[in-house]
Structure formats: structure tokens, C-alpha cells
Design a protein around this ligand. Structure first.
Ligand SMILES: Nc1ncnc2c1ncn2[C@@H]1O[C@H](COP(=O)(O)OP(=O)(O)OP(=O)(O)O)[C@@H](O)[C@H]1O
Length: 518
């Protein structure tokens, strides 16, 4: 994890300098708190002796200065620290998206994957602003305060150092160990909860119709219950840790009173400094108050980062986008196709789609038509043989997803830079007459089946394409709607290489050539 975090830090312009600045500002804010308490204590003690008011001026200015600087430093530290953390998060998220764009991560559960990309990536922010910066800045302040107090009374400063090590190091360390297992598990369980919720939302009607909703809900509630128990355990540990920290602060105050009192009685310490000695530990211990939680956050962030690492380290499957090229754009030569880790689906396959040609790929269900398309698109590598592919592929998937957003945004998935005119043109070519700003329901629920296919087709047509791969374009459509859609498809595909996977004989009949898989 350390390596990944350092990499992210270095990927941010002046990352290390920003980190050092945020740590310095946090230390300055905490030091101002401690100094405020120390100077106030001295001022009160001195004022009790009724000196001429001028004698108190410097301390009064000090109180005001530290009171203001505490807030000012804290504010700027939050700005600098969060700015750095958000930049690191954005670098990590871009890397994760980049990785995902080059791999299919076949077989990954999507709810869990989403949790990794959204929640787990955000853990880097916690790691910077809640763990690293507070821990480093607090160490500086502990050292500084101990050295300062040692100038007045060495024994008292040593007791303060010991109490600070107890409250700021040992207690958070214990808190981290005590809830290590549940904190780690909770990160994976959040992914499991997202998986369960997603599955339940998608399969709700089927589960209800088959009376299986109770069992599915039960499984989800089990995960929810586990998460609640993990939270409870974490909160219990935090409670005990906070009590121990308060006890440590109390011990530091009482010890300072006892040691300081004896030193005053022995004439080794000015009476005015007794209050400084006694009250400073209170301010110092305030610095550690969130450390038990930070220690638990550290475990969770570690677990989250290793889950992100798994995505980043996953073997890329497929080739991603390729540049448009000259000559033969699409060809399978003596290729064996199949899914990574699985058995071959088709062997010794030869397939060429020439410019302007319409080729139908037919065959019984499960024979491997979609697998051939996935191989041609570079989503999966061939198990053997050659695949040649150059140019931009437009793919109309069998189950193309329609997003719950506007018509225009759904179309722009095919070309994010498309202007309104280009979007309208793609819709027209796909034979769909819908306002661009009309918002569509979840998974296209407010559109008819035919309209959903046309919208997905418009998405394919809005970009510059050299090859169109259409997977079952007429599936679930009645005869007339299918015929009308295909008229628009052929008009739009004029001059392009087109590969149509179909069970529809009339679609195959309209092609120049039919390739049958057996
Ligand atoms: N994502 C996947 N991961 C692993 N195996 C898969 C995947 N998709 C399909 N398969 C397997 O590959 C084989 C071929 O499936 P494919 O979807 O290519 O057939 P198809 O000819 O397109 O079928 P249909 O006409 O029913 O759509 C099947 O045995 C299927 O179980």
C-alpha cells in the first residue's frame, strides 16, 4: 500500500511539498492550541498577583494571537490537505477507469466492483487527511511541547511524554489491533451489500413472482447484520480507547500538579509556571482525541487500497481501442475463440468482412456467435490463431443498457463530443423521433422495446465507424417493427463493413454473405 500511496503522491504536481505544507500547518494549528493553553495559564496566574496591567500586555496579545492562529492554521491546513487528498483520489480513480477500459474483468460481481471504484478509491483521502497528516503533525507537537516544558521542569515533561505515548500511540495501536478483523471484513462486506442490493433490485419482479424474495432479502439482511455487528465492535473499542485516553490525560495533569507542586515548594519552579505545567497536558491530549478512530480508519483504508490494487493488477483482457488503419480491417484467420480460462468455443475459424460488405453470422444458440464478436472487438484475445482489427468498431449489444438519463446523453455514450446536431442526426438515421432532453426511466423502462433498440443503434451511429457489429438487432421486436428497424440499419450501414449476428432469416437474407457456425 505504501508504494501505491507514494506513487499517487508523486503523480500530483508538487505532491510531497503539498503534503509537507499540510503537515506543517496541522502541526502549527495544534501547537497554537497548546501555546494558547500555556500562555492563558500563565496570564491567569500572573493576573492573580495584580501586577501593573502593562506587565500582562504581551501575554494578552499572545492569547489573542494563538486563539486566531489556531483557527487560521486549521482552516488553511484543511484546504491544502483536502486539495492534495482529492487530487490523489482523482489520480487513483483515473488509473482504475483506465484499467477497466482495457479489461473486461469477466466474472467480477458488479456491485462489488462499483464499491471498489467509488468507496474503496475514496479511502486514499481518509488515509491522507485522517491518518497521515494528523499522526505526523501530532508527533511534531508532542516533541516540541516536551522540549519546551523540559526547560521548566524535566520530570514533568517526561511524564507528559509518557502520557502522550500512552494516549497517542499505545491506545490507538490497541484500538487498531482490537478491531482489526472486523474493520478488514467490513470493507469486503460493504461490497457484498452492494452486490446483494443490486441483485435484489434487478431481480425483484422475478423473485416476487417465484416467491423467492424472502430468501434473497434474508441473505441481504445477513450481510447488513454483519456490518452492524462490525460497527458495534468498532464503536465499543473506540469507547474503551477514548476512556483510556482521558485517563492518560488525567494522570498527566495530576502528575504535573504533584511534581510541579513539589518543585514550587522546593523553590525550583516559579509559582506562576505551575498552572502552565498543569494545564498544558490538557491541550496536548486534545490532539489525540481522534487517534483511536484514525487507527481503525487506517485498517479500513489498507483493506480498501488492497481491493483497488487487485483491480489495478488484474491481467488485462483484450486490447482496447486501436487506431484506424489501412487495408483489411477485420479478419479472423484459423482462430480458436473462447473465454479466458474456459474451453474453446469455436476452432479453426476464418472470417473476413470486406469494405461495404454485409455479413450475417448465424448458428444455433450457444454456438459462439457473441464470442466471435467479442474476439473481433478485442474484448477477449483469441485462444489461438490470428485476429486482425483496425478501425473504429460500433457494437450494438444484445442487451445494450439504456441509462436513466436524457435521450441525448444516452446517445453521446457512443461519442462524448457529439454536438446536438450530430445526436439528432444519429437519432434520425436510427429512425427515432424523440426530443433530445426527454429523460428516460430506469433501464429504458419508459420506452418501448423497439425504441430501446433504436436508441442503442443511434449510440452506435453517432460516432465515426469503420465496422458495425450488430448482435441480434431485431430480437424481441414484432415483424413490422423489425422490418422498419432493419431498413434504417441498412441505410445507416451503407458503405461500412457490417457483421450481423442473427436468428432472423429475413435479416440474414438481406446480407451479402452468410457465415454459419456449427
Ligand atoms: N462472459 C462469458 N464468460 C464465459 N463464458 C461465456 C461468456 N459468454 C458466453 N459464454 C459461453 O460461451 C459459449 C458461447 O456463447 P455465445 O454467447 O457466444 O453464444 P451465441 O451463439 O451468441 O448464443 P445466442 O444465440 O444464444 O446468443 C456458451 O457456452 C456460453 O456459456
Amino acid at each position: 500500500m505504501r508504494k501505491l500511496v507514494l506513487e499517487l503522491l508523486d503523480a500530483v504536481p508538487k505532491g510531497r511539498a503539498r503534503f509537507a505544507l499540510a503537515t506543517f500547518l496541522a502541526a502549527a494549528a495544534s501547537a497554537s492550541s497548546v501555546a494558547l493553553m500555556g500562555v492563558s495559564a500563565w496570564l491567569i496566574s500572573r493576573a492573580a498577583e495584580f501586577p501593573p496591567v502593562l506587565y500582562l500586555q504581551v501575554a494578552a496579545v499572545g492569547v489573542r494571537t494563538f486563539g486566531i492562529s489556531r483557527g487560521a492554521f486549521r482552516y488553511v491546513e484543511r484546504l491544502v490537505g483536502h486539495d492534495l487528498a482529492l487530487r490523489m483520489q482523482s489520480v487513483l480513480r483515473s488509473r482504475t477507469y483506465d484499467k477497466l477500459s482495457r479489461t473486461t474483468l469477466i466474472g467480477r460481481r458488479q456491485g462489488d466492483l462499483l464499491t471498489r471504484i467509488v468507496q474503496d478509491v475514496a479511502a486514499v483521502q481518509d488515509l491522507v487527511v485522517r491518518v497521515a497528516i494528523p499522526a505526523l503533525s501530532a508527533s511534531l507537537v508532542i516533541l516540541g511541547t516536551t522540549v519546551m516544558l523540559a526547560r521548566f521542569n524535566v520530570a514533568s515533561s517526561l511524564v507528559l511524554l509518557l502520557s502522550a505515548i500512552l494516549a497517542g500511540v499505545l491506545v490507538p495501536w490497541w484500538a487498531q489491533r482490537a478491531s482489526l478483523r472486523v474493520d478488514r471484513e467490513s470493507v469486503a462486506d460493504r461490497g457484498a451489500l452492494a452486490d446483494g442490493a443490486r441483485e435484489l433490485a434487478l431481480a425483484g419482479p422475478d423473485l416476487l413472482a417465484n416467491g423467492a424474495d424472502g430468501a434473497a432479502l434474508g441473505r441481504l439482511l445477513e450481510v447488513d447484520d454483519r456490518l452492524r455487528r462490525q460497527e458495534q465492535r468498532g464503536a465499543w473499542v473506540r469507547g474503551v480507547a477514548t476512556a483510556a485516553q482521558i485517563l492518560a490525560a488525567g494522570i498527566a495533569v495530576v502528575a504535573a500538579l504533584w511534581i510541579g507542586g513539589n518543585a514550587v515548594a522546593a523553590g525550583d519552579l516559579g509559582p506562576r509556571l505551575l498552572a502552565v505545567l498543569v494545564l498544558t497536558p490538557l491541550a496536548l491530549h486534545e490532539v489525540f482525541q481522534d487517534f483511536a478512530k484514525a487507527a481503525q480508519t487506517f485498517t479500513r483504508s489498507q483493506a480498501a487500497m488492497s481491493r483497488v490494487r487487485e483491480v489495478l493488477d488484474a491481467d488485462p483482457v483484450g486490447t482496447g481501442d486501436v487506431e484506424p488503419g489501412e487495408g483489411v480491417a477485420v479478419q479472423l484467420a484459423d482462430a480458436t475463440v473462447g473465454w479466458p480460462g474456459g474451453a474453446p468455443v469455436q476452432e479453426g475459424l476464418d472470417l473476413i468482412v470486406a469494405p461495404g460488405e454485409k455479413v450475417a453470422l448465424v448458428g444455433p444458440s450457444g454456438v459462439g456467435k457473441t464470442t466471435v464478436a467479442a474476439t473481433l472487438m478485442g474484448l477477449i484475445p483469441p485462444l489461438a490463431g490470428e485476429v486482425e482489427r483496425a478501425g473504429r468498431v460500433g457494437y450494438l449489444a444484445q442487451d445494450a443498457h439504456i441509462f436513466a438519463t436524457s435521450v441525448a446523453e444516452n446517445v453521446r455514450i457512443g461519442n462524448k463530443d457529439a454536438t446536438d446536431e450530430q445526436v439528432a442526426d444519429a437519432l434520425r438515421r436510427a429512425g427515432l423521433d424523440l426530443p433530445l432532453d426527454r429523460v428516460i426511466g430506469e433501464a429504458g423502462s419508459t420506452l418501448s422495446g423497439g425504441e430501446r433498440r433504436r436508441l442503442a443503434l443511434a449510440r452506435v451511429l453517432v460516432g465515426e465507424r469503420d465496422l458495425l457489429i450488430l448482435d441480434e438487432p431485431t430480437e424481441h421486436l414484432d415483424h413490422d417493427t423489425a422490418a422498419a428497424l432493419m431498413r434504417d440499419v441498412w441505410a445507416a450501414a451503407e458503405g461500412l463493413r457490417t457483421l450481423v449476428i442473427t436468428h432472423d432469416e429475413s435479416v440474414a437474407a438481406a446480407c451479402d454473405r452468410v457465415v454459419e457456425l456449427r
